[in-house]
Design a protein around this ligand. Structure first.
Ligand SMILES: [Zn+2]
Length: 461
């Protein structure tokens, strides 16, 4: 809100209550969305690492302009249409090793709470029913309107009304809390004191946040796109209804670009997580890339970076294997020293507004120092174990290292056979067969990679 760093002070000591705007379940989430969910996961894991009990609420927007529009185009009921994307959303979270929130309220399960909140706003004079039978929030009645997005509605001349869920800063207007049923809504409607209709998008989050986190809570996050109008409108509704501060700290993450360009369907660089996995990248490799930039800076997603992530993570795995093989008795002082240095740097980085580059250099620094001790044969078994333990601790936050990944899952004989056929076909420049084998492998859930003088197959997450 103040555009400056502040010391975080939770409302209840040792506890953090936070609300994160979740997916609108009208399609597969794309990597831009996942950038935001990754940042929220980093925040959540960091808070837990520092000992806070976290209650995170992430809503599922399963009724709004877009879900209704696309369910009708697909000739499906809203429930059936959104159910498939709810399911894929949770599968994608698993792929990226994103910890589950405590509560995932769906908007359609909380219509009563939304109606109750709108009733308070109408009773208090902040909202009115217009000639189109929709109920609007009157921004003129709420003096703080614009304080988050730093806009002054008075500079915009006369205030109009807007029914759409999404609109731009330069068309700031009274926004819809309740939308009267119209022909575009099909059979999506509920009874209300203002007639049949459905909630606007913004009131959904205010009502669900209040239901699970109370009138004032600690942290609200989202992508920078959510700041206006969505979060501005949430503040207006909630603070007008409750007469108290809605949220103490707002955190927004910046955009994601793909290969340097804004992601868009027309530019052909619009990727769902599934499409990235389909190119052979494991969840933890994509996670590593999405973690790579500070949350308030633009993140440039490239497939080159995914390939680099694979190399970086495999070097960590090599280090873990080396550490596990150490069998020398001896003291731990040198190991303890490099671990302490890395741990301090890691914690100082994360505590400083999630400074990811500092946290990452701590993790790489320990890798460098540990390899040096290993090269000099001066690391004891006990020392090696301390270092491994530190990586397990880093992984409470990063969740990429898989320090104790078990033996690779046994590869079925027919999978090895397909991979072998691909390898020989490729060597003979029979790319048709080679590609067909690779596709078959992918369909069976495996990816094949060339390695020095051979190939290896890996299970797709
Ligand atoms: Zn929201």
């Amino acid at each position: 809100m103040d555009r400056k760093l502040e010391e975080f002070k939770p409302i209840r000591p040792g506890e953090v209550r936070m609300y994160t705007c979740g997916p609108t379940v009208y399609n597969f989430a794309h990597i831009g969305n996942f950038r935001a969910y990754m940042f929220e996961d980093l925040l959540r894991r960091t808070l837990k690492y520092f000992g806070y009990k976290v209650t995170q609420v992430m809503n599922l927007t399963d009724v709004d302009d877009k879900t209704i529009r696309d369910s009708r185009a697909a000739e499906m009921s809203l429930d059936d249409f959104t159910a498939q994307y709810k399911k894929s959303f949770f599968e994608d979270l698993k792929t990226l090793n994103i910890e589950e929130a405590e509560v995932y309220p769906a908007a359609t399960d909380h219509i009563n709470e939304m109606i109750a909140l709108i009733e308070i706003l109408v009773d208090k004079g902040y909202a009115y029913q217009a000639e189109d039978n929709c109920v609007y929030f009157s921004i003129a009645k709420f003096p703080g309107y614009g304080k988050l997005a730093k806009i002054d509605p008075e500079n915009q001349g006369s205030v109009s009304r807007i029914k759409n869920d999404e609109y731009a800063k330069d068309s700031v207007a009274d926004f819809a809390l309740w939308k009267a049923r119209d022909e575009n809504d099909g059979d999506v409607h509920w009874e209300s004191p203002w007639g049949e209709g459905r909630p606007g998008w913004h009131i959904e989050c205010s009502a669900m946040a209040m239901r699970y986190l109370g009138k004032t809570f600690d942290i609200h996050t989202g992508g920078i796109d959510n700041m206006f109008p969505h979060h501005e409108d949430e503040i207006a509704q909630s603070e007008a209804a409750n007469g108290c501060t809605y949220v103490n700290y707002w955190l927004h993450c910046a955009h994601l670009t793909v290969e340097g360009d804004k992601m868009s369907k027309t530019a052909g660089n619009f990727y769902t997580l599934r499409e990235c996995s389909g190119k052979g990248y494991a969840g933890r490799e994509l996670r590593w890339v999405l973690l790579g930039a500070h949350y308030r800076k633009k993140l440039n997603f490239t497939f080159g970076a995914c390939a680099q992530a694979r190399v970086a993570l495999s070097k960590f795995s090599e280090l873990f294997a080396r550490l596990k093989a150490v069998n020398i008795d001896g003291d731990i002082s040198e190991a303890q020293e490099i671990v302490n240095k890395a741990k301090n740097a890691f914690e100082n980085g994360l505590a400083d507004d999630l400074n990811i580059s500092e946290a990452l250099s701590a993790v790489f620094g320990l890798q460098h120092d540990a390899n040096k001790l290993l090269d000099g044969n001066s690391l004891s078994k006990a020392g090696a174990e301390i270092i491994l333990e530190q990586y397990r601790e880093f992984d409470e936050v990063f969740a990429v290292f898989e320090v104790d990944a078990g033996q690779e899952e046994a590869i079925p004989a027919e999978i090895t056979e397909m991979a072998r056929k691909r390898y020989t076909a490729r060597a003979a420049k029979d790319f048709v067969t080679a590609d067909a084998m690779r596709d078959q492998l992918k369909e069976s859930g495996w990816i094949v990679e060339d390695s020095a003088g051979g190939f290896r197959v890996k299970k797709i997450n």
